[in-house]
Design a protein around this ligand. Structure first.
Ligand code: COA
Length: 322
């Protein structure tokens, strides 16, 4: 019998505090119109002083668990995608396991920058398909505001905080149709954030903050996401017209529009959250997916293409029948 993983619950969380483009333009040389035209972002959420990747993950995860009507003790595996973990160790996955009382779950983190939740979904899907797990919680949670250099106008305008969650369950009905993940460390110097605890003499001056060559990242992202769309459709023997929704990583509206164009999709079929959230890194795809499920855009039976691109570079996609 073929076994699939199916989405049985979703959740999301955004911190209360809003930081607008106007506020940023009071501290660095930029403007609301420049940021909005180049990125599509107007504001982003900033986590409170006592919030962390784990505390935000807990809220998103509880929503997904409640939507699925499942007991946390039945979760076999928890995978948290984050580039801003609470600790070097234990993993945010272990902290979340304790917070949820999911005492039977194996828990760990995945670090693939903005592609983290797609990598986590891919791992979750393999575990379920192989029969090694029945119920898997995937969470992306990020406090990007704490690794952003708020004096660097090239990066501080882009990022925001938040968490998203998906609960997957084993099913004999098609759910996750395929996942595709890739890495290319040749691009490691275009987008990076050195760990301050492990900094070397050479990189300690930039440790703890995001450094990015934005224009170069932009070009590779557009080309790479175009390729992953083709790879995903070919693997499933599907045509562009079979896709009901595109749920892209929310990095820049111009990157999203280019991918939608490649798919010949109207922007009405694309879930866009970045205007008031910015780029929440590994959380962004899961937050957007949850929003579209909860507001009724994504319906059971719809085919959804999720995609992401991030530091590494890493990139990936998941084709899901909801
Ligand atoms: N406000 C005003 N001017 C800014 C600015 C800001 N916030 N940031 C950069 N500029 C300036 C630059 O200094 C440069 O000035 P110059 O021409 O005098 O040298 C000019 O704007 C153009 O810079 P450039 O970097 O070429 O702009 P861009 O159109 O590529 O837009 C980004 C910059 C960051 C918005 C864009 O490159 C981007 O979104 N890249 C992808 C980033 C991304 O997605 N990262 C995450 C991947 S997961």
């Amino acid at each position: 019998m073929i076994r699939f993983s199916r989405v049985i619950g979703t959740g999301g969380y955004l911190p209360e505090k809003v930081r607008t483009n106007e506020e940023i333009s009071q501290t660095v040389d930029t403007s609301d119109s420049w940021i909005y035209e180049r990125t599509g972002i107007k504001s982003r959420r900033i986590a409170g002083a006592d919030e962390s990747a784990a505390s935000m993950a807990e809220i998103a995860a509880r929503q997904a668990i409640e939507a699925a009507g499942c007991d946390p003790e039945t979760i076999d595996l928890i995978i948290v995608a984050t580039g801003t973990p609470d600790h070097v160790y234990p993993s945010t996955g272990c902290i979340l396991q304790q917070l949820l009382g999911a005492k039977n779950a194996v828990s760990f983190d995945v670090q693939a920058a903005c592609s983290g939740s797609i990598f986590a979904l891919s791992i979750a899907d393999q575990y379920i398909k192989s029969g090694a797990a029945k119920t898997v919680l995937v969470v992306g949670s990020e406090i990007c505001s704490r690794i952003v250099d708020w004096t660097d106008r090239g990066t501080c305008i882009l990022f925001g905080d938040g968490a998203g969650a998906i609960l997957l369950g084993a099913s004999d009905e098609a759910g996750v149709l395929s996942t595709h993940i890739h890495s290319d460390g040749e691009y490691k110097d275009l987008l990076y954030c050195p760990n301050p605890q492990a900094a070397t003499e050479t990189n300690k001056h930039e440790a703890g903050f995001i450094s990015m060559r934005g224009n170069e990242v932009f070009k590779v992202a557009v080309n790479t996401l175009g390729r992953i769309v083709d790879e995903t459709l070919e693997a499933n023997n599907m045509d562009k017209s079979n896709i009901d929704w595109l749920v892209p990583h929310q990095a820049n509206i111009r990157i999203i529009v280019a991918t939608a164009k490649k798919l010949k999709m109207s922007m009405d079929q694309v879930v866009v959250t970045l205007e008031h959230q910015g780029n929440t890194s590994s959380a962004s795809v899961l937050i957007a997916f949850n929003e579209a499920v909860r507001d009724g855009r994504i319906q059971r039976g719809h085919v959804i293409l999720l995609e992401a691109f991030g530091a590494g570079f890493t990139w990936g996609s998941a084709l899901i029948k909801y």
